[in-house]
Design a protein around this ligand. Structure first.
Ligand code: F6P
Length: 475
């Protein structure tokens, strides 16, 4: 089996001493590396002092190499804070209004991608398969090809892909989105995302095959397919079963004083629709007054990307709103919303999910949203809670037992919370069973294997066609 080289912006180097904080990307990469020798390359998360790049650092852990590089301050600002998170992130989340493009940041983004390719180049062996993750690294395959690497290279986009009208608003989009044509395989979260990308490439002159799963452009062939990212469903369910009996869980349960828990868990990001959700909760207290004093809404929101101005703004907005709603509806013995900014371990989150009667996952736009899947996996099948899910989360294509809402409609969120709290046990069980079965069958191992199988096929198919063509040519 060939070695797998994984590349992503951040690398989760395992810390044998620390708690398990692993996010969705780490779970996905670990699944891909489970049965094979591998190397994971990316940014260490550290900024090196001065103006000179330091050499890569390698850590070996259980048949895997973790190779990381530091970024100098300028690169961090232009590549990560600038182009990746102030241009690509908003545009790919349909928020052209928030994009702050500068050609300096685009230059930094392209420069860091070239630097990734330079640093990675000497680790690549001719038989390696390479799997690149996410919007930080759109042009990486182009850079690696320019350095002579003819390996199979796949790319997976973890975040949404909007229609061409929005992609075309990205200045010099051919340098970034267009550069995806240098990969052998491009994977998206949903069919909708794949269709949007297909339409974009058609506008750039790509020829799509009849079955629409690959296209030819400038003499290259690219497979394009959805691979909805998943979780380690059974492992997560087991974690939740145990964690719900922990001291942490008991303390939270005691503090609820018999009230039903409504839970939201999101990184602090404007794409997550947290202010809209809080407004929806306020509408719920307004319309369904009988629930006042009988529910607690806990919103767990670790801060992120705090150097980016739009993230400071959302922080301010959420803090103000939480204060307003608690002031308006709260009583001396009841705080309607608890808002916390800490990051919790997987086990602690699993315990919270299992305790929550309602999981509120209402992003304005989300590639997949693994919180939705984790919430379902964590439930007690005998007495499951109900998932209230945005129609604009990728997970909505799969989780047909959720109550789907439009996050822009507070009355809809309010009615969905009420319906979830009132839902009879039989219906809750039936909805949960359906979703759990789907998640157990489509787990993260299957996701990783299907992507890698498609990557292998993407290399075999054109060669097969070439061989057949050659055969006929000789005759
Ligand atoms: O969802 C996209 C993503 O880049 C994930 O891969 C990552 O875990 C998350 O956003 C957090 O982003 P950052 O690395 O910028 O903190």
């Amino acid at each position: 089996m060939p070695r797998l080289v994984v590349v992503s912006n951040r690398v989760a180097v395992p810390d044998p001493e620390g708690p398990r904080l692993a996010g969705g990307l780490a779970v996905a990469v670990n699944a891909a590396l489970k049965h094979r020798e591998g190397l994971w390359f990316g940014w260490s998360g550290q900024i090196s002092p001065g103006e000179t790049n330091t050499p890569p650092v390698t850590v070996e852990r259980r048949r895997r190499s973790f190779v990381t590089i530091d970024l100098i301050e300028n690169d961090f600002q232009e590549y990560y804070n600038g182009f990746a998170n102030r241009v690509l992130w908003p545009i790919l989340h349909y928020r052209v209004d928030l994009a702050e493009f500068t050609s300096v940041d685009l230059g930094g983004y392209l420069r860091v991608n070239a630097r990734f390719a330079d640093a990675l180049s000497r680790f690549i062996q001719p038989d390696d398969w390479i799997w690149v993750h996410d919007y930080h690294l759109l042009p990486l395959a182009k850079e690696l090809r320019a350095r002579g690497h003819d390996n199979p290279i796949g790319f997976f986009l973890h975040i949404p892909c909007p229609p061409p009208d929005i992609l075309l608003a990205l200045p010099q989009h051919l340098e970034t989105v267009g550069a995806l044509s240098h990969y052998d395989l491009v994977g998206t979260q949903t069919q909708h995302d794949a269709d949007n990308l297909r339409n974009y490439f058609e506008l750039q002159g790509a020829n799509f095959a009849r079955n629409q799963t690959h296209f030819d452009i400038d003499g290259r062939r690219v497979q394009l397919r959805p691979f909805p990212v998943a979780i380690a469903t059974k492992v997560y369910a087991r974690t939740a079963r145990t964690a719900v009996r922990s001291d942490f869980a008991n303390e939270v349960r005691d503090s609820l004083n018999g009230r039903s828990l409504i839970l939201g868990v999101d990184r602090l990001d404007y794409s997550k629709g947290i202010p809209h959700r809080i407004q929806g909760f306020a509408q719920f207290l307004e319309t369904f007054q009988n629930w006042r004093g009988h529910v607690t809404y806990l919103q767990v929101t670790p801060q992120s990307r705090s150097d980016v101005p739009e993230y400071a703004d959302i922080n301010q907005t959420v803090n103000t709103l939480v204060g307003e709603i608690n002031g308006r509806f709260g009583e001396p013995a009841w705080t309607p919303i608890r808002y916390v900014n800490h990051a919790y371990s997987r086990a602690s989150l699993a315990a919270l999910y299992r305790m929550a009667r309602v999981g509120l996952v209402t992003p304005l736009r989300d590639g997949m949203n693994l919180v939705a899947k984790e919430y379902v996996a964590a439930q007690d099948p005998e007495n499951p809670g109900v998932l209230v899910l945005s129609q604009f989360a990728g997970a909505a294509e799969e989780l047909d037992g959720a109550i789907l809402i439009n996050p822009h409609e507070p009355e809809g969120i309010a009615a969905a919370i009420d319906a979830a709290l009132q839902m009879p046990l039989g219906e809750r069980q039936a909805r949960h069973r359906r979703m759990y079965r789907h998640l157990a069958a489509h787990d993260i191992d299957r996701w990783a294997e299907s992507f890698l199988a498609a990557l292998m096929e993407s290399r075999q198919q054109p060669r097969l066609f070439d061989n057949i063509r050659q055969l006929f040519a000789v005759r």
